[in-house]
Design a protein around this ligand. Structure first.
Ligand code: GUN
Length: 295
């Protein structure tokens, strides 16, 4: 069994991106500028956003971090997005999800300028991905492709099972694994809360992507020996043995599943750092696209 090390892989990719930014700067171009909006005080979201902003600094990006109260209106948030859309110095815009219940995530995402949609959530980005056209890939699925590539894992012809059908991970993951590209060309099944015989279906998989948001959902009896397991879940569970009284676990029962696998991503230090790589690569691409349009 080999661990797919998201920390080491992302460190390697970030080193390359840092050099790319230095070259941009040396040749007189502006550095990439990512604007991140967070609404409310969800501790997990705050930690993700802090990490994204920290990575911008590490890579030499410019960043803008806007933090608003839960009580803001949808109209106010749309105004902020529009200001960033109109600001030529901003290359990428990210609105951290989830948003408070009174604000529609769909409406907000739909208002991001697609040329700045570095999270790849806008319908135009998702449509381009579906059609195999160049565009921004959603950051987490993109990060998963990057880690598979880094470890030279060729998924062509594999039976892949994606558990979870969210717009930001499960559904795009099925498209990316099955499209005629590298990585790609896999045979993909998507499972969700209404799937019958989920255990039997998952057990057939050469590659499992668990993105269902339920702690330790994938158990050893669901995994074929030799399978590759990608765990997208980040769930906080009570653990009185730790100082904080809780700890993070994935959607996979790592302890019992890992010995069966050929490769597995841990939680933390697996997919999480790769998502940030996807985001940073998209932001650099946003700058390159802008240069193409303006030249
Ligand atoms: N919430 C959970 N994952 C993500 C992500 O990749 N991007 C944004 N904007 N929100 C998220």
């Amino acid at each position: 069994m080999q661990i797919l090390d998201g920390n080491a892989t992302s460190a390697y990719i970030k080193e390359q991106l840092k050099k790319e930014v230095e070259e941009m700067k040396a040749s007189g171009h502006k550095v990439p500028h990512l604007a991140v909006i967070i609404v409310g005080n969800n501790p997990a979201s705050e930690a993700y956003v802090a990490n994204k902003v920290r990575t911008c600094k590490e890579l030499g990006f410019e960043s803008t971090h806007l933090h608003f109260e839960t009580s803001i209106t949808e109209e106010f948030l749309l105004e902020q997005v529009n200001k960033l859309n109109d600001d030529d110095s901003v290359d990428g815009i990210l609105v951290q999800l989830p948003l408070p219940a009174h604000i529609s995530g769909d409406v907000v995402i739909n208002n991001i300028n697609p040329a700045k949609d570095v999270d790849g959530f806008h319908p135009i980005s998702q449509g381009k991905m579906l059609l195999g056209q160049p565009g921004f890939l959603p950051a987490t699925p993109y990060g998963i492709l990057l880690i598979l590539e880094h470890y030279n894992i060729d998924v062509a012809g594999m039976d892949c099972v994606v558990i979870g059908r969210s717009n930001i991970v499960g559904t795009p993951m099925t498209i990316l694994l099955s499209r005629n590209a590298k990585p790609g060309n896999a045979t993909v099944t998507i499972c969700h809360s209404r799937t019958k015989n989920l255990k039997e279906i998952v057990k057939r998989a050469d590659l499992i992507v668990a993105a269902i948001g339920r702690p330790k959902f994938v158990t050893a009896d669901m995994v074929k020996p030799g399978a590759i397991v990608i765990d997208v879940g980040i769930n906080r569970i009570d653990d009185p043995t730790t100082k904080s009284g809780s700890r993070l676990v994935g959607d996979v029962d790592f302890e019992n599943v890992a010995p069966l696998c050929s490769y597995i991503t841990p939680v933390p230090k697996g997919v999480g750092p790769m998502t940030i790589c996807g985001l940073m690569k998209n932001t650099i691409d946003a700058v390159k696209q802008k240069k193409l349009v303006n030249s």
